[in-house]
Design a binder for this molecule. Structure first.
Ligand code: PBG
Length: 324
């Protein structure tokens, strides 16, 4: 393997040759587009921490989902911002809740778009934690029942897939159970299997109005310092019935994406989270970076690391870029 016999630059000589030997090609089909649904009609409210993202009412979500669908993006994931929050997260499993209504509206207009729902309690709880709180503790087992009810109500509304993001132990199993018991055995579960307690979520918490009112999420989300533990979390979720497993965040966790891809045979999703998105937007606004080149490089790297699916707020912009 030595020069001058080997000259790797031969295969970089022009655009066409580079394309012939390219190892990773992004496609709009790789993306899942996250959307924030709120109540009302005609609502399209800017999210200040995430330029280009909006809280939208169901009718506006339908329009946004339609443009994503036309660009070849196969799926969206919905987050709900309920009108009312309480200590039991009642709105999470209200058949007329914001997510449930949006799912119905989207499936009615765009039946072949895959509508995924985020299953978590934090947006619906007055204290902003992902589970039931007692004496300052986030309780695991009592929360499972609420998550199961929430997932079932999403499925009843017509969701094509549910995605639990709470990090309670055992939630995939209870969700699989309740779905099967109610005739939804064909609804896949995409679990946020290796979800880290990350500072990269802060812009999202304004978007979803889900900032914890006390403490943080470190007693349920993973320690960013841990790599082997991700394998354990993913193995448990697959054992419990997860069909797709997710690593979250993506950019600082590419080693984890790669480990998960190498270790398991199920599709791997990666979540290019709000902080990763907003940093790009901020630097682009200041004129420090070329936004679209950076976005395409980030998304390509996430796929190269092993992600089969990428949840990203850049989905529509990136899909447009890919069609150019
Ligand atoms: C809900 C949830 C969060 C995100 C997705 N689902 C926030 C959190 O765990 O605090 C983060 C998404 C993002 O930052 O883009 N638990």
């Amino acid at each position: 393997m030595s020069f001058p016999i080997h000259r790797p630059r031969r295969l970089r000589m022009n655009k066409v040759v580079r394309k012939m030997v390219r190892e990773t090609c992004l496609s709009p089909a790789d993306f899942i587009y996250p959307l924030f649904v709120t109540s009302g009609k005609g609502v399209r409210k800017k999210i200040s921490t995430m330029p280009g993202c909006f809280q939208m009412s169901a009718d506006e979500i339908v329009k946004e989902a339609q443009s994503a669908h036309r660009l070849g993006i196969p799926g969206i994931i919905l987050f709900g911002i309920p009108e009312h929050k309480d200590e039991k997260g009642t709105e999470a499993y209200n058949p007329k809740g914001v997510v449930q209504m949006a799912v119905r509206a989207i499936k009615d207009k765009i039946p072949d778009l895959v509508v995924i729902t985020d299953v978590c309690m934090c947006e619906y709880m007055s204290h902003g934690h992902c589970g039931i709180v007692k004496k300052g503790q986030i309780l695991n087992d009592p929360t499972l029942e609420l998550l199961a009810k929430e997932a079932l109500s999403h499925a009843k509304a017509g969701a094509d897939m549910v995605a639990p993001s709470d990090m309670m132990d055992g939630r995939v199993a209870v969700i699989r159970d309740i779905l099967d018991a109610n005739g939804f055995d064909d609804i896949p579960i995409m679990s946020y299997a290796a979800k880290y307690a990350s500072a990269f979520y802060s812009p999202f918490r304004e978007a979803a109005e889900s900032t914890p009112q006390f403490g943080d999420r470190r007693s349920y989300q993973m320690d960013p310092a841990n790599r082997r533990e991700a394998i354990k979390e993913v193995a448990l979720d697959i054992e419990e019935g997860a069909d797709i497993v997710m690593v979250k965040p993506a950019m600082s966790y590419m080693d984890i994406i790669s480990d998960v891809k190498d270790t398991f045979d199920v599709p791997v999703a990666a979540y290019n989270v709000s902080g990763e998105y907003s940093m790009v937007k901020a630097a682009a606004k200041l004129g420090w970076i070329d936004e679209m080149r950076i976005v395409m490089e980030i998304l390509t790297s996430i796929k190269r690391a092993g992600a089969d699916l990428i949840l990203t707020y850049h989905a529509v912009d990136a899909a447009k870029e890919l069609w150019k």
